[in-house]
Design a protein around this ligand. Structure first.
Ligand code: ADP
Ligand code: MG
Length: 282
């Protein structure tokens, strides 16, 4: 498949001893926008971190093919060089490094070339204008004291400057007010339209997607992709929830888990009561 940008083949992942993702299959082509939705704890962020090569995430089976190369065992910096980008759900604050020097250093690392200061500053300011960011933010310490919305804008600024082939945006819209979502969304659209970048957007809402064209929507439940549909699925999920896509066997396992937890809690309570009785008597 020549024009596949990303192919996940039966990808399974664990964190420590805990299996999180099970047999994930996904194919994305250049320039496509895919949305990944699912309940909390489904494994969406885990997929993002795994794709970026974060060391705590162990791929136990399957393959990640990016731009024709098997990157399953590649380090995070090689993946970034290959054109992968992840916007964190909770962007880190880095005292002592300014936003602009961080972005310039990242660009130099990704391209392997020196980035000339004047041209860099010009394009940085242009990107900041798209995101309605005051230019003074360029010299501030990375994300330090930034509001939630400003942190997310700083992530999208990195996206616009680094121009990756595939950007994974992990809940870039969560916790933002309506105006900030619109601005961030404009930045993403700029990346989509002028850089023809592919996107994997992890989100809980339709707001960030309103001005974006969505090709596919995937629903993840308990570490599995249980359903894939087109862009209209996002609206459907927002109106009717995930329930309809949860397979019967997962619901059954959940019921059993809940029963077991309730039984355990009841046992603990009985034990505590007994202990109190004995404690009182001694
Ligand atoms: P989502 O982003 O869909 O809300 P996550 O990928 O964050 O879900 O989490 C998926 C599962 O992995 C959850 O059960 C969570 O508790 C578990 N998990 C996430 N990070 C860790 C970690 N560092 N150590 C152990 N378990 C983790
Ligand atoms: Mg998450």
């Amino acid at each position: 498949m020549a024009n596949s940008l990303l192919e996940l083949e039966n990808l399974s992942v664990k964190i420590g001893t805990k299996s999180i993702l099970h047999d994930i299959n996904l194919e994305m082509k250049s320039g496509e926008t895919h949305v990944l939705m699912g309940p909390n704890g489904a494994g969406k962020s885990t997929l993002g971190y795994t794709l970026m090569g974060s060391p705590n995430y162990e791929t136990t089976s399957g393959k990640i093919i990016f731009d024709g190369n098997d990157i399953t065992e590649e380090s995070a910096d090689k993946r970034a060089k290959a054109g992968l980008f992840l916007s964190f759900q909770d962007p880190l604050e880095v005292p002592g490094i300014s936003l602009e020097s961080f972005i310039r250093a990242s660009m130099q690392q990704v391209t392997g070339e020196k980035v000339k200061l004047m041209a860099f500053q010009k394009s940085l300011e242009k990107a900041m204008d798209i995101l309605h960011m005051n230019h003074s933010y360029a010299s501030r310490d990375l994300n330090v004291g930034f509001s939630g919305g400003e942190k997310k804008k700083s992530e999208i600024l990195q996206l616009l400057m680094l121009k990756p082939k595939l950007a994974i945006l992990d809940e870039t819209d969560s916790g933002l007010d309506v105006d900030a979502v619109r601005t961030v969304s404009e930045g993403i659209r700029e990346y989509q339209n002028t850089m023809h970048g592919a996107l994997l957007v992890i989100t809980h809402s339709t707001r960030i997607l309103e001005s974006l064209h969505v090709d596919y929507t995937h629903v993840m439940v308990k570490g599995k992709i249980v359903h894939t549909g087109d862009g209209s699925l996002v609206k459907e999920i927002n109106e009717n929830g995930f329930e309809q896509f949860i397979p019967e066997e997962i619901k059954e396992a959940e019921r059993k888990e809940k029963q077991l937890a309730a039984a355990k809690a009841a046992m603990e309570k009985v034990k505590a009561l007994n202990a109190n009785d004995f404690g009182g008597g001694l």
